[in-house]
Design a protein around this ligand. Sequence first.
Ligand SMILES: [Zn+2]
Length: 1016
Amino acid sequence: MKLPYFGVLLLLLFGCCWSSSDAAPKSQRASSCGYASCTPSKPGVINVHVVPHTHDDVGWLKTVDQYYYGSKTGYQRAGVQYIIDSVIKELVKDPARRFIYVEMAFFSQWWQEQTEEKKAVVRQLVEEGRLEFINGGWCMNDEAGTHYNDIIDQMTWGMRFLNDTFGECGRPRIGWQIDPFGHSREQASIFASMGFDGVFFGRIDWVDRSQRKANKEMEMIWHTSNSPGEQSSIFTGIFYDHYSAPKGFCFDVVCRDEPFIDNPKSADYNVVKKVNDLVAHIKDKALSYATSNIMLTMGDDFNYMSADMNFKNMDKMIRYTNELGNGVNLFYSTPSCYVKAINDEAGSRPWPTKTDDFFPYSNDPHAYWTGYFTSRPAYKGTVRKANTFLQSCKQLHSLAGADSSADGQHLIDSLRRSMGEAQHHDAVAGTEKEHVSQDYRLRLHDSIVDCQQDVSNSFSKMLPIGTQPLPQQEFCLHLNVSQCAITESSSRFTVTAYNPRSHEVTTYVRLPVTNGFYTVLDPDGSELIIQLVPLVALQSIDAERPKSTATHELLFQAAKIPPLGHKTFYIIKTSAGRGSAIRQKQQSTAVRTPKTGEKTAVSNGKLTVNFDANGLIESIVVDGVTVMMSQNLMWYAAMNEGNSNSIFDDRPSGAYVFRPNGTDATPIAMQATLIVQTGALVSEVYQKFSDWASQVVRVYKGQSDVEIEWTVGPIPVEDGIGKEIVSRVTTQIASGGRFYTDSNGRQTLLRRRNFRPTWTLNVSEPVAGNYYPINSHIYVTDDEGNANTVVALVNDRSQGGTSLQDGHIELMVHRRLLYDDHFGVGEPLNEPGDGPGLVVRGTHYLLVNPSLAGMHPVSLIRPLAQQMFMRPWLSFSSTSLSFTNWKNNFHMQKSGLRAPLPDNVHMLTLEPWRDGTHLLRLEHIYDIDEHPTLSEPVTLILDDLLADYTITSAVETTLGANQWASEVSRLPWTTADDHQQPLKVSTQFQPVGTKTSVTLLPMQIRTFIIHMTPNF
Ligand SMILES: [Zn+2]
């Protein structure tokens, strides 16, 4: 599958040339796939694109494997292997038939089980456009709980399979997000950057939909980024109602609709009636769309297990409707052919535009799907951490010069796959059944263990200086509950912190240890200041640690960990000896319990947090300026089934829906009992609100933010009331109804309370209807354009959040519910944890700045959000070597970069790709106007990026790495606002002398397939 690079942007450095094509996106051109395979529309009639499809959830009511194999029919009658088997058989029978397939987690598994003969048949179907891949990611990802890094990875991994297997004819052109519960601007931006020509979905707010239907605005051009240019816009189509077949026309084995009975002598003959019903539906639908083309989605969840039933009846439906119907023209088609048809027809007709997003989603006045922004908070946290580890694992594999052939990557592949599954719209969304959630966690855990082995292998290659082998690296996945066997039991061990960011990082490391005297040496042999912090048991999660003997946490500052690099610390536990009294004093933490009614404060020199007589935060003093504020954990009482005494009685709060019974939250406690611990490096206030809710408020030396570590659970529900727990910060800031939230952790969007930018909101759920997904940050300021004060929360996992009053922000941290919300999952969201109910622990950074003096608030938040998102990953080994011996045998610090990248650039991806090549993504992390200098375009010399390698060739691809950037040709559209302009700044490489530079515009991500030649 090799093809010449027509118009390929081939970079030749130092006169070297690269012509191997195995590593390239495969661009086999077949004239009969893609738009060339489309059936043309006819003038003067309604052209009906009949699109057969199946929606195959990568886990929901059943696990991924249960869905694939079709087991556990008691949960759901669904077997994906049978669907693909039977669809292929039916497609072969008639060249007019079409089918689209979406989820590569399933298709790739099916493909591996096929014979060469069957594969050849499928390849032919793909090359003729009869089987078309749409979306093409590993799954159809959630858009609320996902981080952009994860979305890009899961799309890339699915499309990589398609590119490897089918070349150019396997390249998806269309986003197909038909089921996710609301739609983000960043997701659409990602699709645009992947070269997609359009995106379709089914779920938008019911009022928005009815207004769009009335105005023929079901289709539009979505401007998805603040950067101008066609790459940031995408054609967007919304379904008339759902993605299922029209009522009465589901011919699937799981449906009960009547088939076409076309023997006129039969007493049940129904052709005329069915045609009339369908034509009525088509004409109704056509009133809401702007061109003569409409799409008829023919399929539903796990449809087509007996595809002969579907196709036999669709064949008849098309034939008889074309014969008997008046003014309609039905034909098999695909979403891409539909987009091409309306693009051809519309010509220069201006399309309406959209710039905000489609959150939150509601399908009636009391069903706001905003609960899932927080559902299954522990799993959401695990997914976020797993991404950091996956990026670290991939970077180290590339930097170690390890085998980048397909076989050489098998230890990484399992985490690539299970992270792909985790992004599914019933996985990280938290809307799956409990047993499915447990399966996701197991799959993620097992693949993290594989990647740990790969990291160990990489370190074994990179760290030894001579022949002494590196001791096996071990990992501690339970540091958040102060549990790690190696640090608790070893008297001599090393901690290696790997920093996956492109900038030097200084952070604090906390390790569970038993009481004693510790010495921590940095790579220079200098002894670091340490603090031994006693473990405080406020809740069961702290008291019940059967696998741990730790009594303290050993705290030290890991300063200046090199970018894309590691730093090893050498730790010795000694017995009491000479000078031990002084040492103990230096390392110790002062513990005190304030009296009832006593005010207290902690400070780190930069900021002070004051607590009132009730033990709650009262104010924060930053640079001498006092900002009055309070913070508390509160709970909403969930609407139970039958609580509302209305026709919406069956709308309880559930896995999807957030519906509080009443309008405000109640504090868990009006007072907190406190323990204050202060020492050389950190001052902490432990706040206990109840047996199931506590916090630690920490100020670390040198940090300009406040860390709030919350622990919530088991949430009590013995009173029969489901509870949804929020952390609320209240200030006096006059925020004018405005607040700001991120979009998948990347862009920042303005929100206004009780307001939607493009339609009139009738406030029927004043709390839930103002909730938005928060993946990174939420903040309020005192002025829209020229703010003085900002208060922000940066989170460590995706959560729901809002601002219900001026100056307030809140994030929902946990929820436990007693009723199913009747949207399919069939279980109340009542996570058992270890039995009595799930306990969750997480972190918020609270950022307060009362003297912005013209600075954009986001310019302060971005570095903090990066820090939270890409925290260093720790590995451990116990050793009998002395420090000197260790230092003589192993590199104790090393950067993978020749120099840190500029402050506005992040290396989003460095991973082994195909046959000796690697995938590199460079990202500008500031948006337009966020910072006077950092928001400017930035130029990098590519050759010199890496410390131990020269990048000897680089070819730019689309964001999904499945098409050369130079070959991208997207359909042109005209918009009413004339917004669309060609990119003004060239994305071509700019030679600088003999070297090659790459310029990144604000928020731009550029993707390259590179060759790395070792310098050693
Ligand atoms: Zn679904």
